[in-house]
Design a protein around this ligand. Structure first.
Ligand SMILES: NC(=O)c1ccc[n+]([C@@H]2O[C@H](COP(=O)([O-])OP(=O)(O)OC[C@H]3O[C@@H](n4cnc5c(N)ncnc54)[C@H](OP(=O)(O)O)[C@@H]3O)[C@@H](O)[C@H]2O)c1
Length: 295
């Protein structure tokens, strides 16, 4: 039997509709327009397209968007100065610096410079620490999107065996922290696998929910999963170009074979990807509400 497809495109659309209503209400009731500043250094095509997507989504939802494109030779001091100004700017509630940054800039220093109350990416150590103790303001967007995909697709998380492949600060560690909390939409038993794990299949085969963020095409094959498992494929791997010159994207899961054994699965593209931008917008709205004392 073929797995049910969990469409990130559909769930993201649903959340965006909810956000539109909330933004309209914030404007009419509180004269509050959530504001997002995005900063891009250089002209890496993938980063440019991510930033363009974020700007387009923000504008479509009624979020004030300030896009700041800087040259790759911008100094760290100049970037820190700009962040300092945005930290003080009352129109801006969320600040996003697109990574990776050019190698002459220390990413950690830049990340630490963002006011935690405007850190809508959720990567500031204050926000990651608060996530760990179960009291977050901002949850990193991709893992937050994964949780919403699970919740909104009706997946039972409470008591589930969750296995995560990948332990990055961006995906693996935060999603583990989210799903292990004693809360609704969580309360799972969580295992994290990585390149140091002995016999990965012995873990993945136990998973009721398998989340894969390894960045390796076909890292997960059908023999590695349990019949009926819910599989969330976070991977985005560019494996070539179409004749028209578009990137061919695949996830980390051998989709064609795994879909016949899984109970539900996210596609790539159209799975986790659309959720990431949507959760950034949700965090921006939350930041605006916090700024006004509404949240
Ligand atoms: N859709 C989205 O919005 C979105 C957002 C973020 C990331 N992604 C995608 O998700 C993937 C992961 O991203 P990331 O930033 O988390 O990557 P990352 O920083 O490269 O981390 C990859 C993790 O996977 C582990 N790993 C790699 N190969 C493995 C294998 N064969 N078996 C077990 N573990 C393995 C690594 O282990 P070690 O720690 O031992 O090296 C590491 O912990 C990438 O394809 C990325 O493009 C998508």
């Amino acid at each position: 039997m073929s797995a049910r497809i969990i469409s990130g495109t559909e769930v993201a659309k649903q959340i965006r509709e909810e956000l539109k209503l909330e933004i309209t209400e914030l404007k009419s009731r509180h004269n509050l327009v959530p504001g997002l500043a995005t900063i891009l250094l250089g002209d890496d095509p993938a980063s440019k397209s991510y930033i363009a997507g974020k700007e387009k989504t923000a504008l479509a939802l009624g979020i004030y968007s300030e896009r700041i494109d800087l040259s790759a030779s911008t100094t760290e001091a100049q970037l820190l100065d700009l962040i300092g100004k945005l930290n003080q700017d009352p129109k801006i509630h969320g600040i996003l610096v697109q990574v990776p940054l050019p190698s002459h800039i220390n990413e950690t220093r830049v990340l630490y410079a963002i006011d935690p109350k405007k850190d809508v990416d959720g990567f500031h150590p204050v926000n990651l620490g608060r996530l760990m103790i179960g009291d977050p303001d901002f949850i990193p967007c991709t893992p937050y999107g994964i949780q919403q995909l699970l919740v909104r697709s009706g997946t039972k998380i409470d008591g589930a065996e969750v296995v995560i492949v990948g332990r990055s600060n961006l995906v693996g560690k935060p999603i583990a922290n989210i799903l292990m909390q004693k809360k609704e939409g969580a309360n799972a038993t969580v295992t994290i696998c990585h390149t140091g794990t002995r016999d990965i299949a012995s873990h993945t085969q136990r998973a009721d929910i398998l989340i894969v963020a390894a960045g390796r095409p076909k890292a997960i094959t059908a023999s590695m999963i349990k019949e009926g498992a819910v599989v969330i494929d976070v991977g985005v791997n560019r494996i070539g170009k179409t004749p028209a010159g578009k990137d061919i994207l695949v996830g980390d899961v051998d989709f064609e074979n795994v879909k016949d054994k899984a109970g539900a699965i996210t596609p790539v593209p159209g799975g986790v990807g659309p959720m990431t931008i949507t959760m950034l917008m949700l965090n921006t709205v939350k930041a605006a509400k916090i700024a006004l004392g509404l949240s």
